[in-house]
Design a protein around this ligand. Structure first.
Ligand code: RB5
Length: 154
């Protein structure tokens, strides 16, 4: 699997550990920055990861910021991106299995490195189940996205 990995300065302390983990598991990292703890703006990195996924250069993404919240809010504005902040392992795999989550967001100021490793392992190992009820719900989410992107809201 090709995984786009991006972070802001708040997420940077976790980035190298996550990168090493992904590569050790036999997957490819598409590095979307940032590359230091200098202050940057998380939407820029959410956008990079989203664009890499949309272009087909990566299958999924992982985004890191201080809380996981800002970068997930930004990522979810990008059509085709289904991002979730998951700080427990159940959500990290169930978000993929039921909701077809394609970007895992973590808060580096919230979770420690070892929990982050478990969360990423759970996320990477999970697959969307394609069960009828999950497909039905996903299609409803995609219909909301279609309406939003076609200006079909008051
Ligand atoms: C940066 O200080 C911080 O606001 C950001 O990383 C993130 O936590 C926002 O949700």
């Amino acid at each position: 699997m090709r995984i786009a990995l991006g972070c802001d300065h708040g997420g940077f302390p976790l980035k190298q550990r996550i990168r090493t983990l992904i590569e050790a598991a036999g997957h490819t990292v598409v590095d979307c920055g940032t590359d230091s703890d200098c202050s940057v703006d998380y939407p820029d990195f959410a956008l990079k990861v989203g664009e890499v996924i949309r272009s087909g250069q990566a299958d999924r993404g992982i985004l890191l910021c201080g809380s996981g919240v800002g970068i997930s809010v930004a990522a979810n504005k990008i059509p085709g991106i289904r991002a979730g902040v998951c700080h427990d392992t159940y959500s990290a795999h169930q978000g993929v299995e039921h909701d077809d989550m394609n970007v895992l967001c973590l808060g580096a100021r919230i979770v420690g490195e070892e929990l982050a490793v478990e969360l990423v392992k759970a996320y990477i190992a999970a697959e969307f189940t394609h069960e009828e009820r999950h497909v039905r719900r996903l299609n409803k989410v995609l219909e909301i996205e279609r309406r939003a992107t076609s200006g079909d809201f008051n």
